[in-house]
Ligand binder design. Structure first.
Ligand code: HEM
Length: 181
């Protein structure tokens, strides 16, 4: 390879930079969307499983069982998973084609798909996550183990119902429903 070819090659940036002609903003954000959406989709199952365990433990715990470290840990893991999902969800909210289309829809509240992606998913999840977080915090200050289990059970149950109702399950209408994984 002669020196002219070498010097030409070295002047071409290997990684596209913001100013290089090969940088494609849309392509980058589409890739970021796919990765985050896949993580968001898979994390749902971990959260659903953790909440079911917490509900089972707190319900059986109300029958004369101590609120131990193990109970507290599962309640904490479910809450942390939800907060992680909240952060990923908020990033997705700004790059999602479904949300973009919904927010551009002048009939947002009349169109079921636009209403789901523009309002229902984010509102249902925000309220559900808040109720569960409040339950975890309140349980700390309860005077007895029975009261701690009860606080966890009812808050996590209400939060879980809201979360289940606003997940875009595959059986939901066309435009709302997404894959199982
Ligand atoms: C406030 C919190 C949340 C926000 C802002 C949010 C936002 C979003 C957005 C923007 C999408 C992408 C829609 C698309 O273009 O396809 C999405 C998809 C989804 N979200 Fe959320 N989300 C939140 C919380 C949650 C939670 C807590 C769960 C479940 C535990 C969840 C489950 C899902 C599922 C299953 C999908 C579909 C993923 C797929 O395409 O397979 N989200 N969410």
């Amino acid at each position: 390879m002669d020196i002219a070819t070498l010097s030409h090659r070295s002047s071409v940036p290997r990684i596209p930079t913001l100013t290089s002609p090969s940088f494609d903003r849309n392509q980058n954000s589409a890739c970021m969307f796919t990765v985050l959406n896949d993580i968001h989709s898979a994390l749902r199952w971990i959260i659903v499983l953790l909440i079911i365990i917490v509900l089972f433990k707190s319900l059986t715990g109300m029958y004369n069982k101590a609120y131990n470290q193990n109970d507290r840990r599962f309640a904490l893991f479910a809450m942390v998973g939800l907060h992680l999902q909240l952060i990923i969800g908020l990033i997705l909210y700004f790059i999602s084609p479904a949300v973009n289309a919904a927010l551009a829809d002048t009939d947002l509240m009349k169109n079921a798909t636009s209403r789901f992606w523009g309002v229902e998913h984010i509102a249902g999840m925000l309220i559900g996550i808040t109720v569960i977080t409040m339950g975890y915090m309140r349980a700390k200050n309860r005077g007895s183990d029975w009261a701690r289990h009860r606080t966890i059970f009812f808050h996590y149950l209400i939060g879980f119902i809201l979360i289940l109702a606003t997940i875009p399950w595959p059986f939901r209408a066309n435009g709302i429903g997404r894959d199982w994984f």
